[in-house]
Ligand binder design. Structure first.
Ligand SMILES: Nc1ncnc2c1ncn2[C@@H]1O[C@H](COP(=O)(O)OP(=O)(O)OP(=O)(O)O)[C@@H](O)[C@H]1O
Length: 506
């Protein structure tokens, strides 16, 4: 596959393809072929748009020639392609710096990540070129099988025409720690995956933010697909469902939309509370739900509250949600929190002594996302300072950690305003389209902090930043975590900024 793609690019080069367009193609990977459809993965929506519009014809023709048959292109976004190897860490830059110095620090880091912000066509880099991608072809991950498609091999994928969606590879039952707080929800989720539509239908899982609902949904999808390779699974956040619905009306593609959601065996719908008050979308979901349920297809729903407390929903909808099994997830007890940290440390290959796990688990009790965030902070600090992870280090890093209750007062407005002030930028800068290195990094830090310090969903955070896509927020979170582990300057900046925001929000 790699060779065919390389040959295609070489042929396009020889053909005299403009350098800008060539640069976009260097970010793309040929990840699979199914019948006459070639699946191309690109790192962001902007590259997808360019490949699908300006480059489609040339690529289709050249690739077809290399393969000796006619092909069609399907382009999918895989944000992991945007992850670039980083140069060596910068020296210690200290804490007390002015805004201009902080911007300079980012500029000095030699980050090559302008691609990370996958927004509109006017969002090009200063040179008008996308950055170069990694040379290794990244496998398209977590592609979910769809009607008529064969089960994808590892590293291969299925084309978009027959529908394709994503599951997070990390969210499996294997990586899910069972404790008293989630035992019932876990057992119900396993039962549903083992017997879609025959165990409990719908399965409705509710509970506060960061307690593993999304994790369980994805795990159901993975496990069901492993057991029944031909099962068609679709995971969707209810905000994406809403956007998809609105777009389908706008583009007159209602039939496509209905096929996408009704022609599945297992529909996993996350955070249903976001449909609150959206009358038309609810109506559409109601029909989707009924169609699937009547056809003996599985529906799994998550929410922050039980159906009875879902305000802004019609009674007929709430009663549908109660037809199957209701289960909640509770904050984990201390033992479960420690077990989650242990598992996370093993997963991320972090060496963390037992007393540090216990210390972190004792400090953070109500949100597993925060628990993981604290572990990452401690280990990142240790690696930056080339120190072993021990209690005294953990105490220093978590000293300023303000108890959970206060985090609910942190708003995205505070985060954006504080981040702008910290870097000497304007709020419009952070919400706008500029892709200078400093702005991209500052924006990513603000997105990361929204993810860490608020309970907002990815799409909601994206909206706070000029209507950016949820994948941009996901990428920002990952990027900043990675930078914090590798760059002392970024670690210091994020820590200092976090403290300011928390002080401000007290
Ligand atoms: N029991 C568990 N074992 C291991 N990891 C867990 C567990 N529960 C949650 N996590 C981890 O905690 C993080 C937050 O979980 P998740 O996103 O599933 O929460 P959520 O309930 O869907 O939150 P939200 O309502 O904000 O979307 C994820 O990284 C997830 O993998």
């Amino acid at each position: 596959m790699t060779q065919v793609w390389r040959a295609t690019l070489e042929a396009l080069d020889e053909d005299g393809i403009p350098v800008q367009q060539r640069a976009f193609l260097s970010l793309a990977r040929l990840v699979g072929l199914l019948d006459d459809t070639a699946l191309i993965a690109v790192p962001n929506d902007f590259t997808k748009e360019v490949v699908e519009t300006r480059l489609r014809e040339r690529v289709t023709q050249t690739l077809g020639e290399r393969l000796g048959r006619d092909v069609r292109l399907a382009v999918t976004v895989d944000p992991t392609l945007a992850d670039l190897p980083e140069p060596e860490p910068a020296p210690d830059d200290g804490h007390e710096l002015r805004a201009a110095d902080r911007r300079q620090q980012i500029d000095d880091l030699d980050l090559d990540d302008e691609d990370s912000d996958s927004d509109g066509p006017d969002a090009g880099t200063s040179a008008g070129l996308p950055p170069t991608g990694t040379e290794d072809p990244a496998p398209a991950r977590n592609l979910v099988e769809v009607p008529g498609a064969r089960r994808p091999r590892p590293g291969a994928a299925v084309p978009e025409q027959v529908e394709l969606t994503r599951l997070n590879a990390k969210y499996t039952f294997d990586t899910f720690v069972i404790g008293a707080s989630n035992r019932f929800a876990h057992a119900a989720a396993v039962a549903v995956a083992e017997q879609p539509a025959r165990a409990y239908n719908p399965l409705f899982v509710y509970g506060d933010s960061g307690l593993g609902k999304t994790h369980l949904l994805h795990a159901i999808g993975h496990y069901a697909r492993n057991l029944f390779p031909h099962v068609k699974v679709r995971y969707v956040n209810s905000e994406e469902f809403t956007n998809d619905f609105i777009n389908s009306i706008r583009d007159d593609k209602a039939a496509n939309f209905q096929r996408r959601y009704r022609d599945v065996d297992v529909l996993l719908i996350d955070d249903i509370q976001f449909l609150q008050g959206k009358v038309q979308t609810q109506e559409e979901f109601f029909h989707t739900f009924n169609t699937l349920h009547n056809a003996g297809k599985q529906v799994v729903i998550t929410s922050d509250v039980p159906p009875k407390l879902l305000t802004g929903f019609e009674a007929r909808m709430r009663s549908r949600f109660e037809m199957g099994l209701l289960t909640d997830v509770q904050p984990p007890d201390l033992e479960t929190r420690i077990a989650i940290l242990r598992k996370k440390a093993i997963q991320e290959r972090l060496s963390v002594p037992e007393d540090v796990h216990e210390f972190i688990a004792s400090r953070i009790s109500t949100n597993i996302r925060e628990l993981e965030g604290a572990l990452i902070r401690v280990t990142a600090f240790a690696s930056l300072n080339r120190q072993p992870v021990d209690m005294s280090l953990a105490e220093i890093v978590l000293r300023d950690l303000i108890p959970d209750e206060s985090t609910s007062q942190v708003t995205p407005a505070t985060i954006i305003a504080q981040t702008a002030a910290y870097f000497g930028l304007t709020i419009e800068d952070l919400q706008g389209q500029s892709r200078s290195r400093v702005l991209v990094t500052a924006r990513q830090i603000a997105m990361y902090l929204c993810r860490e310090l608020t309970e907002m969903s990815l799409p909601k955070i994206g909206q706070q930043f000029g209507g950016r896509d949820h994948t941009t927020v996901m990428h920002a979170e990952k990027k900043i975590r990675q930078l914090m582990a590798e760059r002392r300057a970024i670690y210091n900046q994020v820590t200092e900024l976090t403290n300011r925001i928390k002080q401000q929000s007290r």
